[in-house]
Write a protein that binds this ligand. Structure first.
Ligand SMILES: [Zn+2]
Length: 200
């Protein structure tokens, strides 16, 4: 709803009242959009990971990557990571976020290789960070901020691969090219707050 223009003689309390109403309306819009994204995410077939050890390792790795690469900006792994056999268009993963809020990261439960999954996790975490920092996402959601971020994140992780190795119990190698790649850029749907991709 558009509010009429304020006249110069509008008393300050009326200005304040309208300003508060405007803020309330914006907040309602924001909450509505966030709940739409939550609904979109839950429309997927979300499942418990059949291998609890595997999923715990991924959550642990996520939390460590969050500290190493993102100063802990991203929400905790246990609240954020979900599993599905059908993330958006069967990608390796899919980040659901809008208005600077990360609603969730859905990972493809059929990926059983820990190194491959870590690559997907870093890719989706980068989408989450771009959302949280409200950076321009660029072409197909893999724009300059995404790519630069991947480069920095991979560099930081390369110095701490032993941390990841200790968590997952297997050798992890990471390179920016693999992490930054998305299998199908046509799956990008920014307007719906959904970004996804699968490193090739
Ligand atoms: Zn992507």
């Amino acid at each position: 709803m558009e509010l009429p223009e304020l006249r110069p003689d509008t008393p300050p309390e009326e200005r304040d009242r309208r300003q508060r109403r405007r803020v309330r309306q914006q907040e309602m819009c924001r909450q509505k959009k966030i709940s739409e994204i939550e609904t979109a995410m839950h429309r997927l077939e979300l499942v418990d990971h059949p291998d609890v050890t595997f999923s715990n390792k991924i959550i642990d790795a996520y939390d460590n990557i969050n500290d190493i690469c993102f100063n802990g900006r991203l929400p905790p792994g246990k609240d954020t990571i979900h599993w599905s056999p059908t993330p958006y268009r069967y990608a390796g993963g899919c980040m659901y976020g809008v208005h600077g809020v990360v609603v969730g990261i859905v990972l493809n439960v059929s990926i059983t290789s820990l190194p491959e999954m870590i690559s997907v996790v870093v890719h989706e975490m980068m989408h989450a960070d771009v959302e949280i920092r409200r950076l321009p996402i660029g072409m197909q959601s893999h724009g300059r901020h995404f790519k630069d971020g991947v480069k920095r994140a991979v560099e930081a992780l390369q110095g701490q691969l032993d941390v990841l190795h200790n968590i997952v119990g297997t050798e992890i190698t990471l390179d920016a090219k693999t992490v930054g790649k998305s299998r199908s850029v046509s799956t990008y749907r920014r307007s719906e707050g959904i970004t996804d991709g699968l490193p090739d």
